[in-house]
Design a protein around this ligand. Sequence first.
Ligand SMILES: NC(=O)c1ccc[n+]([C@@H]2O[C@H](COP(=O)([O-])OP(=O)(O)OC[C@H]3O[C@@H](n4cnc5c(N)ncnc54)[C@H](OP(=O)(O)O)[C@@H]3O)[C@@H](O)[C@H]2O)c1
Length: 226
Amino acid sequence: MPAASSTLIIGASRGLGLGLVRQFLARGRRVIATVRDASRPGPVAELAGADRLRVESADVAIAESLMALRRRLEGETLDILMVNAGIGVTGREDFAEAFLACMRVNALGAMDAVKTLFDLVGEDGAVGVMSSQLGSIANNSSGGYEPYRASKAALNQSLRSFAAEHAQAKVSFTCLHPGWVQTDMGGPQAPLDVETSTRGVADVLESRLGQRGDAFLDYSGQTLPW
Ligand SMILES: NC(=O)c1ccc[n+]([C@@H]2O[C@H](COP(=O)([O-])OP(=O)(O)OC[C@H]3O[C@@H](n4cnc5c(N)ncnc54)[C@H](OP(=O)(O)O)[C@@H]3O)[C@@H](O)[C@H]2O)c1
């Protein structure tokens, strides 16, 4: 991996994505962080270590936005490509609309980001996507949040397929569960704070550098059943 490699976090305006950027900057890494509109970067631009930070625009639900990002990143080598962007559900929305929106962003959008940017990932690099334990089919005995669960299960399945199709690549592929975290999505009653979760997720991603194959891991490095 070139010394000047960068860690790319897709979806870094707030919550866990912002926390991951803070973690990786604190570890001395060069970070590329995306928000939907880099002309209005918000809190990510105020982080300590921002001299090693490049803020870019990307909307994972818009293919041209991801292709434009790929063109702007020409010449970069990524050590970690982490797709964090995602949306949740309240359970009170129209079911079909919620289902399609979750699939569009959490499954198709996240995988479009992986596929569009994968060729920038260097040897011994790590690809991660922010999944959820709610995407585990094996662990689903309670139901609820069906559009969200289905989209994260689809994301896991798609990343496994992509990993199998790129088994010769010297890169690891990881679906991550961050825990239940106090963010806009997780709500104030969640047991974990952003710092604790993202420190764990950053540790797990760094542990996957130099590894191969796929895994479904939580923020403490525990394996989850698919
Ligand atoms: N919090 C939890 O307890 C929890 C648990 C399991 C999994 N997760 C997963 O962790 C990830 C981050 O969640 P969070 O809790 O930090 O949620 P959050 O506070 O709601 O933040 C969501 C992030 O995703 C971005 N995003 C949403 N749609 C996007 C799109 N189309 N293109 C680009 N960026 C987009 C948002 O950008 P904007 O600011 O522009 O909207 C924001 O940066 C999600 O994938 C979520 O499913 C969270």
